[in-house]
Design a binder for this molecule. Structure first.
Ligand code: HEM
Length: 502
């Protein structure tokens, strides 16, 4: 058979050419369908299995391929090959997302945005799985499922619930910093191209001399910050729920490649011991006055995947996947995420998710993992499946060993995350508010008042007062403006009780 002829023939999944794809095989013109039309069964059965479970968070997303180019030398901080010389290019895949909504939810929801990057480096794939915010709502991973439940649907009404959200935030004052960002117009970015990205956590850098530094990653949008107002975002949900996806695809397809400038903050181990803020607390930022931004390079997106499911839905990112020259830190949220993500991937797309093209390391992968569902590569062929062995010459390279890390304490226990020295939840969010322009302040206050107005039920007053108290502590004028917007009498006994605790 001619190759061209074979390639264009309609076939079953097993490659059997067949002639009829529009009518089922029936008994007579008006009779029932024959069981032997296995193509019909194959088609319906495959269709029934088209979905993989959606991500438990960050279900709605958009992705693109691109590259990272080094523009500045940071080799004194890290030996990571991705940063090894000016001009070096590393291919990458980036997936943006909203957090709380389902796969079909609207792109312009008020929500943080995911900013997950997979750098395909010679030393393996480096995943930096961050958000468009430098901080997060919680500082202990044990709280993550509770927090996310409040962002999803109420178990009875199956609708989003402002009551759940504000109940949780008001009971966890460390959330205030992220709540302030979320409630500003940065909570409704104009698509994905006009927002910054952050690694958010503190990571380690390790240089050629085996010295450790702590590092924060910032990706500054070259397109400039642009946000929707609350009402524009709400209207866009109806006009085009896929606004951000469409915006990204159209920009890249017309050659208008979005870029982000990677900058880092560096803290030495000695500085980390004495810094006024816990440098490993994800609800805090490192002041850029204390730790100025250092230029590193440019990230560019330039290709939309040809198939959304293959590359975007099946992409899998894991904060645990760092490469030589980059390491973890004691940030508890990062620690919690190290095991959680690959566990999610195995559930969502299977034990061999690393072999899917978008996730696969394009360089060497040598290990003794074998078999499992959907193992479609050669599965190691005839090579040994155990280590050590006398045959394949594969060895563990000592030069990839990280330097040992000294920790502050040798006492194990349950420490209060918000205990003495860890309980200033107010200075940084207050500073953020005071840095805003008058228009930004006004929008933030309106957005908060609008969101809190949705709190309902018998605990409404309690929740409002408890949260107002946090806003007051961050900034008196913020507290007063929100109270006024909500029609709360701040002289009332309940409010005084909430503010003073007496
Ligand atoms: C302990 C806290 C956290 C836990 C347990 C957690 C867990 C998860 C899980 C299970 C997924 C779905 C993964 C998948 O099915 O592929 C996910 C996705 C994601 N998370 Fe987290 N998360 C946490 C905190 C964070 C933080 C602090 C950030 C950002 C700074 C973040 C950013 C993301 C992003 C961007 C995605 C989507 C990745 C993608 O595009 O596939 N998460 N998270």
């Amino acid at each position: 058979m001619e190759e061209k002829e074979r390639n264009h023939k309609l076939t079953s999944a097993s490659g059997i050419p067949y002639a009829e794809h529009e009518n089922s095989k029936t008994v007579g013109l008006r009779g029932p369908i024959l069981l032997e039309d296995f193509i019909l069964h194959e088609k319906l059965a495959h269709f029934n299995r088209e979905r993989v479970p959606e991500r438990v968070v960050h279900a709605k997303g958009s992705g693109a391929f691109g590259k990272f180019t080094v523009t500045h030398d940071i080799t004194k901080y890290t030996r990571a090959k991705v940063f090894s010389q000016i001009g070096k290019e590393t291919p990458l895949f980036l997936r943006f997302s909203t957090v709380g909504g389902e796969n079909g939810s609207a792109d312009t929801e008020r929500d943080p945005r995911g900013f997950a990057i997979k750098f395909y480096t010679e030393d393996g794939n480096w995943d930096l799985v961050g958000n468009n915010t430098p901080v997060f709502f919680i500082k202990d991973p044990k709280k993550f499922p509770d927090f996310i439940h409040t962002q999803k649907r109420d178990p009875r009404t199956h609708t989003k619930s402002a009551t759940m959200m504000w109940d949780f935030w008001s009971l966890n004052p460390e959330s205030l910093h992220q709540v302030m960002i979320l409630m500003s117009d940065r909570g409704t970015p104009y698509g994905y191209r006009h927002m910054h990205g952050f690694g958010s956590h503190t990571f380690s850098f390790i240089n050629a001399e085996n010295e450790r530094f702590f590092v924060k990653f910032h990706f500054k949008t070259v397109q400039g910050i642009k946000n929707f107002t609350n009402s524009e975002a709400a209207a866009m949900k109806g006009v085009d729920p896929d606004f951000a996806q469409r915006d990204l695809v159209e920009a890249i397809d017309r050659g208008d490649y979005p870029q982000w400038a990677l900058k880092i903050q560096i803290m030495t181990e000695a500085e980390a011991k004495t810094y006024k803020w816990n440098p490993f607390d994800l609800t805090k930022v490192w002041s850029q006055k204390d730790f100025p931004l250092i230029d590193v390079g440019i990230l560019e997106l330039n290709r939309i995947p040809n198939n959304y499911f293959a590359d975007v839905e099946q992409s899998a990112f894991a904060p645990a996947h760092v490469v030589d020259g980059i390491g973890y830190s004691p940030d508890r949220m990062l620690q919690g995420r190290l095991l959680s993500y690959p566990d999610a991937h195995r559930y969502r797309i299977g034990a061999n998710f690393e072999q899917l093209p978008v996730n696969r390391c394009p360089f060497a992968v040598n290990n003794y993992q074998r078999d499992g569902a959907m193992r479609y590569d050669s599965n190691g062929g005839a090579a040994p499946n155990y280590f050590p062995n006398s045959f394949d010459g594969i060895y563990a390279d000592e030069k990839y060993k990280e330097p040992a890390q000294e920790l502050d304490s040798s006492i194990a226990g349950w420490f209060d995350r918000n205990g003495e020295g860890e309980n200033d939840h107010y200075t940084q969010p207050g500073d953020l508010f005071r840095l805003m322009t008058d228009d930004e302040k006004k929008a933030t206050i309106n957005n908060i008042v609008g969101a809190m107005s949705g709190i309902s039920g018998e605990k409404r007053t309690l929740i409002i007062n408890r949260q107002l108290c946090h806003f007051f502590r961050a900034d008196i004028s913020l507290g007063i403006a929100i109270a006024k917007g909500l029609g709360v009498d701040i002289e009332s006994q309940a409010m005084q009780h909430a503010i003073t605790g007496n």
